[in-house]
Design a protein around this ligand. Structure first.
Ligand code: ADP
Length: 544
């Protein structure tokens, strides 16, 4: 006997509906892009939707078919935003490529995805000229500029974006199709092996945007002005280009600029209420504020993720600028939202210190995401805030396979995705990342949490950045080595840091040595590259 069917309308969840909603009900809300020093492009959701429709028609006229991959090498700007909708809206797949990856990785990714057309900023024309002979699947190149700004290029048949869309009228009925159709793709940065393609769907994208917008997560509304400082090519700028039209928030896009003065100027002049980015972005902003004494009056919330937000950063945002930090954890494979550190009444009722200790964690699961932690034998561990183990997630916006590797088993028998992170989950439901599996420090068979040690090191007044890595030790297998960068104009002595750590961390977690240097190597996604550090300092404790 078949179950009784509900009698509600069956509307597939379509990405195009987000922008059409914004055009209709928040048509005058602005999208502002910093296009160059002192230059801003301003238009609104109604203008943007009209141009996305023209783009959709232009793509169809080029012969783009549903399922075709269309690559972008682009910064955070209004044309890239139009591509998010124009490409996915016709059933093609928007493939956002991280232009900061190594050339070999970019070549690999474009070949693997077999992109048919490439949309690129003028800055990346030389790179693509070099790679073009290796990319036989590419049938056309579109440079994100006006016709007069077109660079001289050997890219065959290259055209400006404005010429491409210029010949088409803005009337277009978006097609409606199966909501499980692929909409966009993003490759992980390949810190372990070849980059892997995560392939999102219309359904996963819309559900993820709905969940992320909620008060229990980002808490966004039409009253917000949002500046994503995560890149649109990295997990879709944490989905803000989808969430903002959904709620009618103003969108402020910083182009290719991510320096402290630019950030501060945009926040102040565009009255930004909500900004997002990895910790290194905020470190740059703080440096600028230190130098100028500037304030952040309009800003209410800052979303920090990608790597752990240090307590000192959270405290400074709250105490000096009245800004609430929302710590988030996620990955390309989770669209990216997994957990957010919004409080609950139970947590709010705790004494200040206990409350802070919970809210510095990466956060609590949102509706739609399930979490579990397991020991090395695969047994589930209790959510007691102490037991730490491999973190697994499950939900409708979590990857089940990688593009082109559909046959490789990725999930466990119950459909859980292995995140590669190590975490604890406390009785309040808050998850805390203690490490990445590949960064774990195992000393005498016991795990040391590099994240905890880094956090305390960064609370030293003269320390700007800190990274802890495991290096070879003849007796203990591995011991922690702490690498620090002093704040500008300050010097730090290793002894003073070790003294600062005393009493803050367990004695056997104490780093065996502290190295002071001017900067830390970063990955293409702006995180500290521990791989590079481990290579460099592998024998540091032996050689001494
Ligand atoms: P990659 O860093 O390899 O490019 P992602 O950008 O998808 O990949 O990053 C996902 C990883 O980033 C997570 O698995 C986790 O290790 C780390 N991460 C993300 N957010 C946080 C956070 N708030 N605290 C600590 N680590 C985080």
């Amino acid at each position: 006997m078949s179950a009784l069917q509900g009698l509600m309308q069956d509307h597939p969840l379509m990405i195009s509906s987000l922008l059409e909603y914004a055009a209709r009900y928040h048509g005058d809300r602005e999208i502002v892009t910093l296009t160059g020093p002192g230059r801003r492009h301003r238009y609104n959701y109604a203008d943007s939707a009209a141009r996305a429709r023209r783009l959709a028609k232009a793509l169809q006229a080029l012969g783009v078919e549903p399922g075709d991959r269309i690559a972008t090498l682009a910064w955070n700007n209004y044309r890239h935003f139009e591509l998010f909708y124009g490409v996915s809206g016709i059933g093609a797949v928007l493939h956002t490529v991280n232009p900061r990856l190594f050339e070999d990785q970019i070549r690999y990714i474009l070949r693997h995805a077999e992109d048919r057309f490439v949309f690129l900023e003028p800055d990346f024309v030389p790179l693509m000229e070099k790679l073009a002979p290796d990319l036989p699947a590419v049938k056309g190149w579109f440079v994100l500029c006006e016709e007069p700004e077109m660079p001289d290029t050997a890219l065959p048949g290259a055209q400006s974006y404005e010429t491409l869309i210029g010949g088409h009228a803005p009337e277009f009925d978006w097609p409606v199709f199966d909501e499980n159709t692929a909409s966009s793709m993003c490759y992980t940065s390949g810190t372990t092996g070849d980059p892997k393609g995560v392939l999102y769907s219309h359904r996963s994208t819309v559900l993820h945007a709905l969940a992320s917008a909620q008060n229990s997560a980002f808490g966004l509304s039409a009253e917000d002005a949002v500046m994503p400082m995560a890149n649109m090519y990295h997990a879709s700028a944490w989905a803000l280009p989808y969430i903002c039209p959904m709620v009618g928030a103003k969108l402020v896009l910083s182009g290719r600029h991510a320096d402290g003065p630019t950030l501060h100027d945009l926040i102040t002049t565009e009255q930004v209420t909500f900004a997002s980015g990895v910790p290194t972005v905020w470190t740059m902003l703080f440096q600028h504020l230190d130098a100028t004494g500037g304030t952040l009056d309009s800003l209410n919330k800052v979303l920090i993720g990608g790597s752990a937000a240090p307590q000192s950063m959270i405290d400074r945002f709250r105490d000096r600028y009245g800004v609430q930090v929302l710590h988030i954890w996620g990955m390309t494979e989770t669209s990216p939202l997994g957990v957010v550190s919004t409080p609950t009444p139970r947590v709010n009722a705790l004494p200040r210190q206990d409350r802070d200790a919970i809210l510095i964690k990466q956060g609590r699961a949102q509706y739609g995401i399930e979490l579990k932690i397991t020991d090395e034998a695969g047994n589930e561990l209790p959510h007691d805030g102490q037991s730490s183990g491999a973190l697994w997630v499950r939900g409708p916006w979590v990857a089940r396979a990688y593009y082109g590797r559909e046959d490789e088993p990725l999930l466990d028998a119950d459909g859980w995705f292995p995140t590669g992170d190590v975490a604890t989950i406390d009785p309040y439901g808050y998850m805390k990342i203690t490490d990445r599996t590949k960064d774990v420090i195992k000393s005498g068979g016991e795990w040391i949490s590099s994240v905890d040690v880094e956090n305390h090191a960064m609370s030293h007044p003269d320390v700007q950045m800190a990274a802890v890595i495991g290096v070879y030790h003849p007796k203990w297998e591995e011991r922690p080595l702490l690498v620090v960068v002093p704040r500008p104009g300050r010097t730090v002595e290793p002894e003073s840091i070790l003294k600062h750590l005393e009493g803050r961390i367990t004695r056997w977690w104490m780093p065996d040595a502290v190295v002071v240097r001017d900067s830390l190597p970063l990955t293409a996604t702006g995180k500290v590259s521990k791989l590079t550090l481990r290579d460099e300092y592998r024998d540091y404790l032996v050689d001494r």
